[in-house]
Design a protein around this ligand. Structure first.
Ligand code: 5GP
Ligand code: ZN
Length: 113
């Protein structure tokens, strides 16, 4: 998807502070952080949202959670972090490329807004 900013970040065509990368996923700092530690973990493939997951691509979600675990461990986030996936306009999804927010570094309120 040439017009998708997260595809461009995944291809290295748009700047981002990359914290993790492998063949299938990329993690980078959110441009507008909502917590002291706020990164986004995405599949390199253009999957618009949770609703576009299927038997052919669902494995990438496991890879993403494994990367989140390793990042949380390496950044010493064990005291607490939150993973958020907004799906659809009513939930506030503003970029239509599946992304997992990893938020940490402050007390996170519940319920979320
Ligand atoms: P959503 O609202 O879709 O759940 O989250 C999209 C997130 O992407 C937001 O937190 C927003 O700050 C972040 N974002 C949007 N455009 C860019 C960008 O070009 N670079 C980076 N690093 N983050 C972005
Ligand atoms: Zn994309």
């Amino acid at each position: 998807m040439s017009g998708c900013v997260f595809c461009r970040i995944a291809r290295g065509e748009a700047p981002a502070s990359i914290v993790y990368k492998d063949e299938e996923i990329v993690a980078f700092e959110d441009i507008n952080p909502q917590a002291p530690y706020h990164i986004l973990v995405i599949p390199k493939d253009h999957i618009p949202s949770i609703m576009d997951l299927s038997s052919g691509n669902i494995y990438v979600v496991g890879k993403i959670y494994n990367a989140i675990k390793e990042i949380a461990r390496s950044k010493n986030l064990e005291k607490g972090f939150r993973v958020v996936v907004n799906c659809g306009p009513l939930a506030g999804q503003s970029v239509n490329h599946l992304h997992f927010h990893l938020l940490s570094g402050r007390r996170l309120g519940w319920p979320p807004g």
